[in-house]
Design a protein around this ligand. Structure first.
Ligand code: GAR
Length: 201
């Protein structure tokens, strides 16, 4: 069994889309994979409730309770590693997890650490992506699923989706349009990753 651990900080709509698709498409039977846990760095993340409603184990590790970024990442790694299975280390999925990870953490999960970013990378890494796309006068925006490396939002691109920017859009409207596409491409990219892992095993 390949366990999937999802990290969130907020609404958790991508997490919910992944959980829904995993059930609908029976990832357990097809890939021997299941969403085993949802971990948040914020106790008030709305996604925690969504996860619990789906019967998924949740854990809160508030980053403010740790003395350093390294200490937080080490505690996080201990939680995640509990979901490793013999010969099947957990797949780690960042879904609106708003923390910069230390290089040591990223190295530990190299190749099995995925993220979704609400822009067409390599354009607009970091924060305030929608505002930046509007200010730049872009006609299109989108989202990118990528492997996480030590360089922020720079890892190998696994999937992208495109949406139009419409006259009069504000960052909020654009974010909502992009989010609907995130919910489609992230579960699909994870399924593809699981499929490829199966082929390599
Ligand atoms: C999503 O738009 C995701 O792409 C973005 O946060 C939102 C989380 O929504 N992530 C980042 O900006 C990461 N740098 P959700 O909690 O409803 O899935």
């Amino acid at each position: 069994m390949r366990n999937i651990v999802i990290l969130i900080s907020g609404g958790g709509s991508n997490m919910a889309a992944i959980v829904k698709t995993a059930k609908r498409d029976n990832w357990q039977a097809h890939y021997g994979a299941k969403v085993a846990a949802v971990i948040s760095n914020r106790a008030d993340a709305a996604g925690l409730m969504l996860a619990r409603q789906q019967g998924i184990a949740t854990q809160v590790l508030e980053h403010g309770s740790y003395s350093s970024r390294e200490a937080f990442d080490a505690a996080l790694a201990m939680e995640i590693d509990q979901h490793d299975q013999p010969g099947q280390p957990a797949l780690l999925v960042l879904a609106g997890f708003m923390r910069i990870l230390t290089p040591a953490f990223v190295a530990r999960y190299g190749g099995r650490l995925l993220n979704i970013h609400p822009s067409l990378l390599p354009a607009f890494p970091g924060l305030h992506t929608h505002q930046k796309a509007l200010q730049a006068g872009c006609r299109f925006a989108g989202a990118t699923v990528h492997q996480v490396t030590a360089d922020l939002d720079q890892g190998l691109i696994l999937a992208q989706a495109l949406v139009p920017i419409l006259p009069g859009d504000d960052p909020h409207q654009l974010a909502a349009r992009v989010l609907t596409q995130e919910h489609l491409i992230y579960p699909r990219a994870i399924a593809a990753w699981l499929e490829n892992q199966g082929a390599e095993a």
